[in-house]
Design a binder for this molecule. Structure first.
Ligand SMILES: [Zn+2]
Length: 198
């Protein structure tokens, strides 16, 4: 007679939690790096190709990775960017961020913030890295087109590093130090300032 193996209840819970974590990680990964595979592929409008190539070639002059980006508003180019990390020794000067900076430079920060986000989009030759994706989120640039996607190994490495970042970061006291700096800003709302302790 065969005996049924009884799995302890605690082990069942652990299994359920592992399955849950794998499921959530899969969803996060899908959205982070592969969701575009479920969308139709558009052709690069022919007018943008020479501009992108010309910009990317500038990167090569200083052995920067040849990536170029254009920021478009209502069909008009308002920002151009190419990789200048090596050229200028600036950590954040990827093509996408440079295109945003170029638009901020020509329009001014306040006017840039008022642009209709439904008519603002970025086109880039290489899938944005995590830093550039974060810049696009922060500046509320919602529509992005990229020509070449990143290898899956790059995305996995970035995901792992992001998790490690959240795992390793620690808070420092006193938190009020930053508040006191915020209060110095002329646009900081008065009603949000906490009363000073006597
Ligand atoms: Zn980047």
């Amino acid at each position: 007679m065969r005996q049924r193996i009884r799995i302890p209840k605690s082990l069942k819970w652990i299994w359920l939690m592992i399955l849950h974590a794998v499921f959530i990680a899969g969803i996060v990964f899908l959205f982070h790096s592969k969701w575009h595979l479920f969308r139709p592929v558009s052709e690069l409008p022919p007018g943008y190709k020479p501009q992108l190539v010309r910009l990317a070639l500038h990167s090569l002059e200083t052995r920067d990775v040849p990536v170029a980006s254009l920021l478009i508003y209502r069909g008009e180019i308002i920002g151009r960017g190419y990789n200048t990390v090596v050229r200028n020794r600036r950590a954040g000067e990827h093509a996408e961020i440079n295109a945003i900076s170029d638009a901020l430079d020509s329009l001014g920060f306040r006017q840039f913030q008022t642009l209709d986000r439904d008519s603002l989009w970025l086109i880039t030759t290489f899938e944005p890295c995590m830093m550039c994706a974060a810049a696009l989120v922060i500046y509320n640039i919602q529509k992005v087109y990229f020509i070449k996607e990143k290898p899956i190994s790059d995305n996995l490495r970035q995901d792992a590093r992001l998790l490690r970042h959240f795992w390793k970061r620690e808070a420092l006291q006193p938190a009020a130090l930053q508040d006191s700096l915020f209060y110095l800003h002329p646009d900081y709302p008065e009603h949000l300032k906490k009363p000073k302790t006597p």
